[in-house]
Design a protein around this ligand. Sequence first.
Ligand code: FEO
Length: 399
Amino acid sequence: KESTMRKLVKGNVSWVGYMHWELEMFHGDEYSILNGSSQNAFLIEEEKTILVDTVWLPHRDEFIENLKAEGVLDKIDAIIVNHGEQDHSGSLPALLKEIPDTPLYCTAACVKSLEGQCGQQGWNFNVVKTGDSLDIGNGKQLIFVEMKMLHWPDSMATYMTGDNILFSMDAFGQHFAVEEMFNDLADQALLDKEAMKYFANILNPFAPFVTKKLEEIAKLNLPIDIIAPSHGVVWRDNPGQIVEKYAVWADAYQENQITVAYDTMWEGTTKLAHAIADEIHKQAPDTVVKVYNIAKSDKNEIMTEVFKSKAIVVGSPTCVNDVLTSVAGWLSFLKTLKFKNKKAAAFGCYGWSGESVKILQTKLAEAGFEVVEGNVRSCWNPDEEDFAKIPDMVAELVK
Ligand code: FEO
C-alpha cells in the first residue's frame, strides 16, 4: 500500500502523526481551534526503531494501520512517551495490544498518569529522569529532559543527538494544521498568532517554570537544529526564534494595548464600553484598543488579547446582585491564567442594587490585576454624569 502518512523531518526521522483539519474544540470545550491542529508523532529509524508519542484515541486505528502499511509496526524497539495526556497517549492501549512488551520510556509521573487513565495493564515501563539517555545506534542517542508542569507534572522532552532534534512535546506547539509541516512553509501571521494563543491559554499559568526550564536547557549547551513539538509546525528555520519568544512571553508580557471586555443586557454597558474605547484612543492614540462582548466572542481569542494588553477594562451590568453569568465564567478562566503586571478597571450599569462593579474589582484583584480606583457605575442608562467619569478612569490605565 502506498504511504499515506510519512513526512520526512530530517535524516532517518519522519512525522507519522495525525493532521486534524476538522478539530473545532480541544480540552473538552475549553480551547477553540480555528485553523485545525495536529497530533505530532515521530518515527526514528536508526539501528533501533523508535516511536516518539502516538495520537489521540479517535485516530488510533488509522495510526496503527499506517504504521503497518509502512512496514514498521513490528520493527518498533521502543516507544518514547513524552506526556500522558490523551491527545498523545490515547493510542497506546490499542498499539500495545499489537506490540505488547515494547519498552516505554517516560517519567515516573507519566507512569502514574497512564496507569490512572488506562489502568494497570502490565506495560513495560522504563522510568527516565533528566540526563538519562537511550542508545539508538548509528552513534546517536536520545537524551531525556523532564519538563515538569510544562504543562503537566509528567511532561518530558527528548533530544536526539547527531541530528540535533528536540522533541519538545506541548512546549513551542500551536493548535495549527500545516500540511507542509515546517515553520518556514506556514502562513507566518497565523503561525505567530496560534503560537501566542497556545502560550496565553495553556502555558501562561506555568510561566515561571518556562523561564527556569529555558535557562536549564540553555546550560545543557545542546545544539538544536530542529524543534519538533507535539502540535503544529516543526521549527526548522531558526528554531531559536520560538525559544526567544517564550522567554519574552514568560516574563510578564505586555504590548501597548488595552482591551475592553464586557457583556450587556440592554446595551447600556455596551455604550460605556464604546465610550471607554474612544477615550483610550483620545488620551493615548498610539495604544491599540480592542473591544469584545464576552458572551459573543471566543474566550480564547479574547484571552490572547488580554495577554498582549497592559490593562483591561471589564464591564457587566448587575443582575440579581451579581455580574452576568458569561462574565462570571470568563473571570474564573481569567484567574486560572495567572497574568502578571497588568492594570484593570471595572464598569457597568444597574437598575436596582448595583453590586457588579465592586464584584468585578474584587475578582480582577483576585486574578492578579492591579485594580485602579476609577470606575463607572451607571444607574439605568449612562448619562452625561457617568460618561464624565470615564476620562479619570482611563487616565489611570494609560499612565
Ligand atoms: Fe497536547 Fe498536554 O497534550
